[in-house]
Design a protein around this ligand. Structure first.
Ligand code: HAM
Length: 423
């Protein structure tokens, strides 16, 4: 029986990998322009980091984590999201001592045991940023503008930015009470999960996709009406900043985001052509998380975005050109194979991308293979060439052939590159 990949995972094959790489390079380019440094954290962490960080009542923690015990009995979890790990690394490595503002980015795989469908996987890649240290609304605006600029850089059109504020610890507490009393006599319209949520963590009812719950929640009091003065001013400054940068947005008081650490600003970017999974990216401020994970009170804001959803949203396009060797060596016979193996290594050391036949194919089928791979040049070495020291180097683009001493590595290099190796 052939073994198959695990449900909800993907193989990214040559041909497709080039699209990923090109996206990653563009993302990294924008990150560099915004002066965010790359951070790489482990793909698994102590489970506690997510129960504390992401939140005990979130779908991620209650339903979606890949959790296992190691041989020492410790509970570990494959990272379902990047924010708690980055905050942990920030604290553990005292990054606040390097600079009062840490601007970090990552591109990493995440793991969530969700029901797989288009744009929803069990292993998926996120690119994201975390700016840790600034309470300023301008920081929120920078993070959102960075996100929008990445989408612009990769050529994605038709985006929608949804924005909301969910207040701070203080004003949210009184909002939660109001929401609880609104939900209490609407229990019959709620699903079983939301009935529990409505008393434990009523904000989570906003995330429920069930039609009945959606109907109930649509009539709920707006969180924006209950913001304290500080949160109101902060939200106004974020909106003003986005307007200054001419970034269109839509305020949506029902947007609360499915993770527990958010404070004040939350946002999502929706993309075209994604169907039900239309959230390309999500983020917001999380001013209490650093403290909750054992640090000093430190404000922070960030976002994360799905790579697969971005790729789905971009035009399918044609495959990016794959690898194309500069030269394909065609050995005929075992002696020639030995010689070619030596030659090819020296050419590779000089920086050329090279391929040769390893299957003992006929001249004709080796040439066919060189053609299929789009090699720029072909060098044929058979018994006759070994004896006389000369071989023919064929330019596959214009069909011109040139006799060349096959041991003259410099000569071969300059024919291919149009210059000598030193230049
Ligand atoms: P999130 O909304 O859970 O936020 O995920 C962010 C993005 O990751 C989503 O908008 C989506 O594009 C992608 N994503 C999530 N789950 C899946 C999945 N199962 N399959 C494919 N793509 C998926 C976070 O993860 C927060 N850490 C964002 C953040 C950073 N907030 C502040 N800093």
């Amino acid at each position: 029986m052939k073994l198959k990949r695990v449900k909800g995972t993907k193989d990214i094959l040559p041909g497709e990998v080039e699209r990923w790489r090109s996206l990653e390079e563009k993302i990294k380019g924008v990150m560099a322009r915004y002066n965010y440094g790359e951070i790489r954290t482990p793909i698994f962490e102590l489970t506690e980091l997510f129960t504390k960080g992401t939140g005990q009542d979130t779908d991620i923690v209650t339903k979606e984590m890949y959790t296992f015990r190691d041989k020492g009995g410790k509970s570990l979890t494959l990272c379902p999201e990047g924010t708690p790990p980055v905050v942990r690394a920030y604290l553990e490595n005292n990054l606040d001592r390097r600079s009062p503002l840490a601007k970090l980015f990552y591109i990493a795989p995440m793991f969530r045991q969700e029901n797989p469908q288009a744009g929803r996987l069990r292993q998926f890649y996120q690119f994201g940023v975390e700016a840790i240290g600034s309470p300023w609304p301008q920081m929120d605006v920078e993070v959102i503008s960075l996100c929008v600029d990445i989408y612009q850089e990769v050529g994605l059109k038709g985006l929608k930015l949804k924005l909301n504020s969910i207040g701070c610890r203080d004003c949210r507490a009184s909002y939660k009470e109001r929401l609880k009393s609104y939900l209490v006599d609407k229990e019959d319209g709620l699903c079983e999960d939301c009935r529990v949520r409505s008393t434990r963590n009523p904000l989570r009812c906003f995330d429920c996709k069930q039609e009945g719950c959606q109907l109930v929640i649509q009539g709920a009091p707006s969180i924006l009406d209950g913001l304290c003065q500080g949160c109101r001013e902060h939200f106004q400054a974020v909106k003003d900043g986005l307007e200054d940068l001419e970034i269109p947005f839509e305020v949506n008081p029902g947007l609360v985001r499915g993770l527990d650490y958010y404070t004040r600003t939350v946002f999502e970017v929706l993309g075209p052509g994604l169907g039900a999974q239309d959230s390309l990216c999500g983020g917001g401020r999380y001013d209490d998380l650093v403290e909750e994970l054992g640090g000093k009170p430190t404000p922070a804001v960030g976002f994360a975005a799905g790579m697969e959803r971005l790729l789905l949203s971009l035009d399918e396009g044609e495959e990016m050109p794959g690898l194309r060797p500069d030269i394909f060596l065609v050995p005929l016979g075992s002696q020639a194979q030995r010689v070619c193996l030596k030659l090819i290594r020296r050419l590779r050391v000089m920086g050329l991308s090279c391929e040769m036949d390893f299957l003992g194919r006929s001249l004709k089928s080796q040439l066919r293979e060189a053609n299929r791979q789009g090699a720029s040049f072909v060098l044929i070495i058979g018994e006759r060439e070994l004896e006389c020291g000369e071989a023919s180097l064929k330019n596959m683009e214009n069909g011109q052939e040139l006799k060349i001493n096959w041991e003259d590595i410099q000569g071969i290099y300059s024919q291919i590159r149009g210059k000598d190796a030193s230049g």
